[in-house]
Design a protein around this ligand. Structure first.
Ligand code: HXC
Length: 514
């Protein structure tokens, strides 16, 4: 039997109807809110004509093909490429029942997540929906559970990226939370319960944006890694992030030719640090001068700004950068910066990305709010993350490396591979003033001129401890280097470590202090 025109027309018509999602009127409303449709978003995210759809013909729960007009379920799924490299995608369609999750819709998402895990290919989810479809009851909750399970099984095997471009309420927040990176656009918001419920339960008056907008999660909760105003720009940044990541945990990170000379010295590195050790400077300046072409993709840019984390390239290959940021709270380690640093280090370790750590840290932050908030446990996360990481680890102490923070920030003692210091490094148990107050208490009490005596004792302490040479004499620092040589020295170390093979002892899993 030949396939006649009527059959082909029928298929074409079906495809056209399905493509319209919730219909033209609802697409207009979506555009009116400044939002793109599920398919328009995929067109921006993926390489031109690379999208191949799965399950296009899954109909809206409760509808059938014999109806006058068919309607698709509230998600578009499939796979495509970004700069020629594959990824699986799902894109929720708000025009269909507000993008809420039904069982058939969940099944579509689950199908691509299973394929992603089997084939070692990342998943990118575009979220814009009202959470569990209320009229579906437990079937919807079951679908969420099945998605969460796959998020967890895939964690550390393939990179998972969530992009929130509209509401993500209730169950819809936990899948993004289980993924590696969360992007949010200006029009998006995420919360477990919305402003109405908040008002009823706690009496607080709060807007959608205040409660769960992109900036709320970017700088307060830390749920959002990238807050980007427009949808198009947001999706372009997802492409940029993708370019740094390997497809799975068995792959090396991709190499992109940057044209930057691996042997490049930088004279200006002699002038980044202010003469006064108490004055701040921007650690980013240093990073830009060291990495290929000054290109750093910061993660969590607005959160815990006292630490910088992000992706860059050296010899064209992805590296993870962790650096204390003296510009904010003197670069101190606190609860949020420890969490931020630890999460990033663990991602890099899971995906074979070498870690370069730039240290200038005055210690862990003292105070009741930190202690009551659990700085002991949160601070320990950073120690744990560095200690368990088996990827190449290179650490440069720029200025201060004080107290427990010296140990935490990629020290030799947590099995870093190459530890270097600038001649400006000061490695000590605590800062000179606090130290002198403790170890010279009696002498200070007896002193006739306390200021003069203190100044003398501080100078002596600095001479004895605040330098890199004691650590170098113990072998805790492999070398004290000319700052201008920082880039070529790191690159030589990366080359030397290309064959690194380190392991954790056999175990089911460790018990990270959560
Ligand atoms: C069914 C839903 C829906 C939902 C939205 N719609 N959310 N239908 N289940 N969860 C429908 C609306 O009825 C409406 O249909 C259409 O989608 C568009 O929604 P609007 O409300 O008109 O849009 P908007 O004003 O932009 O508001 C968006 C919204 C709001 C903020 C997301 O719709 C909302 O608050 N929805 C409910 C959010 C929520 O509480 N979800 C359940 C969470 S519980 P019509 O036909 O009228 O246009 C949960 C538990 C899971 O998720 C736990 C798993 C662990």
């Amino acid at each position: 039997m030949s396939i006649n025109e009527e059959k082909l027309n029928q298929l074409e018509q079906l495809q056209e109807e399905i493509k319209l999602g919730g219909g033209e009127k609802r697409i207009e409303i979506q555009h009116g809110k400044g939002k793109l449709t599920a398919r328009e978003r995929l067109n921006i995210l993926l390489d031109e004509d690379s999208f191949e759809e799965f399950d296009k013909l899954v109909l809206l729960a409760g509808t059938e093909y014999n109806a006058e007009k068919v309607q698709a379920e509230a998600v578009v799924t499939g796979w495509g490429t970004i700069e020629g490299r594959p990824c699986y995608v799902f894109s929720q369609d708000f025009t269909v029942v507000g993008g809420s999750l039904s069982k058939p819709m969940g099944d579509k998402v689950i199908k691509i997540m299973d394929l992603a895990l089997k084939n070692g290919v990342p998943v990118i989810g575009l979220n814009d929906g009202g959470g569990a479809r209320i009229q579906e009851g437990v079937d919807s909750l079951a679908s969420y559970g099945e998605i969460f399970l796959r998020n967890v099984l895939s964690s550390g095997v393939v990179p998972q990226i969530s992009v929130v471009l509209g509401p993500a309420a209730g169950g819809a927040v936990y899948s993004p939370a289980l993924t590696d990176f969360v992007f949010m656009s200006k029009a998006s918001y995420m919360y477990v319960t919305g402003p109405d419920v908040v008002k009823t339960v706690t009496g607080e008056d709060v807007t959608h944006e205040e409660l769960g907008g992109a900036m709320t999660h970017a700088n307060r909760s830390g749920v959002c890694h990238f807050a980007i105003e427009g949808e198009e720009e947001c999706l372009q940044e997802v492409r940029r992030l993708f370019s740094f990541l390997p497809l799975n945990n068995m792959e090396e990170p991709p190499i992109m030719e940057t044209g930057d000379d691996p042997a490049r010295r930088d004279e200006d590195l002699l002038h980044v640090l202010p003469d006064d050790v108490g004055r701040p400077y921007d650690m980013r300046e240093l990073v830009y001068r060291i990495v290929d072409a000054g290109d750093l993709m910061e993660v969590h840019e607005h959160f815990a700004q006292n630490i910088i984390v992000g992706f860059a390239r050296m010899m064209g290959k992805t590296v993870g950068i962790v650096g204390n940021q003296p510009l904010y709270n003197a670069g101190v380690l606190d609860i949020d910066s420890s969490r931020k640093g630890a999460r990033f280090v663990r991602f890099c370790d899971a995906f074979n990305i070498p870690i370069i750590t730039l240290v200038d840290v005055p210690g862990y932050l003292p105070g009741t709010s930190q202690e009551y908030g659990g700085i002991i446990n949160h601070g320990a996360k950073l120690v744990y993350a560095y200690a368990e990481a088996t990827v190449p680890k290179i650490t440069i102490i720029i200025r201060k490396a004080t107290g427990g923070a010296y140990d935490a920030m990629g020290s030799k003692h947590l099995r870093a591979d190459v530890n270097l210091a600038w001649p400006t490094a000061e490695i000590a148990v605590m800062g000179p003033d606090a130290a002198v107050n403790i170890i010279n208490r009696a002498e200070l009490a007896r002193a006739k001129n306390i200021d003069k005596t203190r100044a003398k004792l501080v100078a002596e302490y600095k001479r004895q401890f605040a330098n890199p040479y004691v650590a170098a004499s113990r072998g805790f620092i492999d070398d004290v280097i000319d700052p201008r040589e920082t880039r070529p020295r790191i690159i030589r170390a990366l080359k030397m470590l290309e064959s690194k093979n380190d392991q954790m002892p056999p175990k089911k899993h460790g018990n990270l202090p959560l």
